[in-house]
Design a protein around this ligand. Structure first.
Ligand code: DX5
Ligand code: ZN
Length: 220
């Protein structure tokens, strides 16, 4: 598997009063992607930001924007977030369920790289027929909605399952990722690690990012 390990700091834990400064800090510290959490107050009990802010981030960021939509009726918003500058656009399977295939096609028509996210209690079996049309699977290791929750190791078999089925796209883990939980994710088959409170709270973000990346290094 030649997929590079990518570290995506989650802006949810940044200082939103200094968004441009925080983007620059993450980039200087060696981040690969900016993870942008979009919450609508319905799909999850929290509200964050919309396309206007994604557009502002796009103007200041030089790295790819990994936009994680935690919203109901995601297909209605796909175009707006793509136009705002998302590079990778992920929506939740649970939010699209009965119209999943149509939603996936709407997302694919945006030209973004497309991810499908699953909460801890959502299995990945329903995604299996569509894996050749999905660029990234985002496996949540906490229930979507808030930063700073504890990692749920019971989601790891979903990652192994996807790799066993031959999924060779990006596999991203999101929630509770830190020095003590990163290795298990990478060993299971993830290649993208999202980390919010741990990285933005680190005294030395560069060392913390390097540490997460090293967890997947072959010589250890
Ligand atoms: C939670 C978000 C995560 C969150 C992760 O719903 O999707 O991206 O920011 O935060 P930590 O790393 O603090 O668990
Ligand atoms: Zn996220």
């Amino acid at each position: 598997m030649a997929l590079e390990t990518r570290i995506a700091p989650s802006l949810l834990s940044c200082d939103f009063g200094d968004l441009a400064g925080e983007l620059a800090r993450a980039e200087a510290a060696g981040a690969d992607w900016h993870h942008v959490d979009v919450m609508d107050g319905h799909f999850v009990p929290n509200l964050t930001l919309g396309p206007v802010v994604v557009q502002a981030i796009r103007r200041r960021a030089t790295l790819p924007l990994d936009v994680h939509l935690m919203i109901e009726r995601p297909a209605e918003w796909a175009g707006r977030f793509a136009e705002a500058g998302a590079d990778i656009l992920s929506f939740h399977y649970e939010a699209a369920r009965e119209d999943f295939e149509a939603a996936l096609e709407t997302f694919r028509s945006t030209g973004c790289r497309i991810g499908v996210a699953v909460n801890p209690d959502q299995g990945v079996e329903p995604l299996r027929p569509y894996l050749d049309r999905i660029d990234l699977v985002l496996v949540m290791s906490v229930y979507a909605g808030f930063g700073g929750q504890a990692f749920l190791p019971e989601v790891l078999p979903k990652v192994r399952q996807l790799r066993e089925w031959g999924f060779d796209g990006d596999l991203e883990m999101d929630g509770g990722i830190r020095d003590t939980t990163a290795r298990a994710c990478l060993e299971a088959g993830c290649n993208v690690l999202v980390s919010g409170s741990y990285l933005f709270g680190a005294a030395d973000m560069e060392a913390a990012i390097q540490g997460l990346r090293q967890e997947g290094a072959p010589a250890r």
